[in-house]
Design a protein around this ligand. Structure first.
Ligand SMILES: C[S@@+](CC[C@H](N)C(=O)[O-])C[C@H]1O[C@@H](n2cnc3c(N)ncnc32)[C@H](O)[C@@H]1O
Length: 200
């Protein structure tokens, strides 16, 4: 082999090493970047029945309600609830167009209206049943910016900091080794005198 070939192999080796370092750095950065969102679907098999129970208890007259999923991902929850209830309007919102495209590929219920939009620029129609599976800081901001006001909120896993939930539902029959999606927090903000708690 000529010395030129050795140099080429060496350069290729160095470039591969740098590429691997870059990929590893990106993975680590995702873990620490507070704005990075890991897409995890709600486990509809374990929470579906509880969600329906909440609707039956708090808003059985579904025809008078809109269903809104803020940060819908692939909208598995909206899809499930849309198929078993008759809502006035059904909105599934996510800021990521590729995620909405993936949701549409699941052949969703035709009543679902998908919006590619930032949930902090969106005001839900009232009255709505709003489903969220969003990080606590996002829930807090939605609450502080009054985007949940006047509606029935169902939040999987994450409570709103400093706000007393109307009810906490524990999920039974969890799959083994499950550490999240064990609780559902219900906030009934339809009532004017809901104790709103501290906003800190
Ligand atoms: C954990 S996933 C939940 C997906 C779905 N709601 C479910 O329960 O299966 C969170 C979703 O929220 C979306 N999201 C996060 N921040 C958002 C924002 N500001 N505006 C719109 N969507 C947002 C992400 O793109 C992601 O799809």
């Amino acid at each position: 082999m000529t010395s030129l070939a050795y140099v080429a192999i060496l350069i290729l080796g160095i470039l591969t090493l740098f590429w691997q370092l870059f990929v590893t750095f990106k993975k680590i950065w995702r873990l620490i970047d507070p704005n990075y969102v890991i897409l995890v679907d709600s486990n509809i098999a374990s929470i579906g029945q509880s969600l329906q129970g909440i609707i039956d208890k708090y808003a059985p007259d579904t025809a008078n309600y809109n269903l809104v999923e803020l940060g819908c991902g692939r909208a598995v929850v909206t899809q499930h609830l849309a198929n078993s209830n008759n809502f006035k309007k059904i909105l599934a919102i996510d800021s990521e167009s590729n995620i909405i495209a993936a949701a549409k590929k699941l052949k969703p219920n035709p009543k679902i209206e998908f919006l590619v939009e930032d949930i902090f620029k969106f005001q839900s129609p009232k009255p709505s049943i709003i489903y969220c599976y969003l990080f606590p800081r996002i829930m807090s901001r939605l609450y502080i910016e009054r985007r949940l006001k006047g509606n029935l909120i169902i939040s999987l896993t994450f409570p709103i900091k400093g706000v007393e939930p109307t009810e906490i539902i524990l999920i039974e029959n969890l799959p083994r080794l499950r550490f999240t999606q064990c609780e559902i927090f219900v906030y009934d903000f339809r009532t004017k005198n809901h104790p709103e708690g501290s906003l800190s």
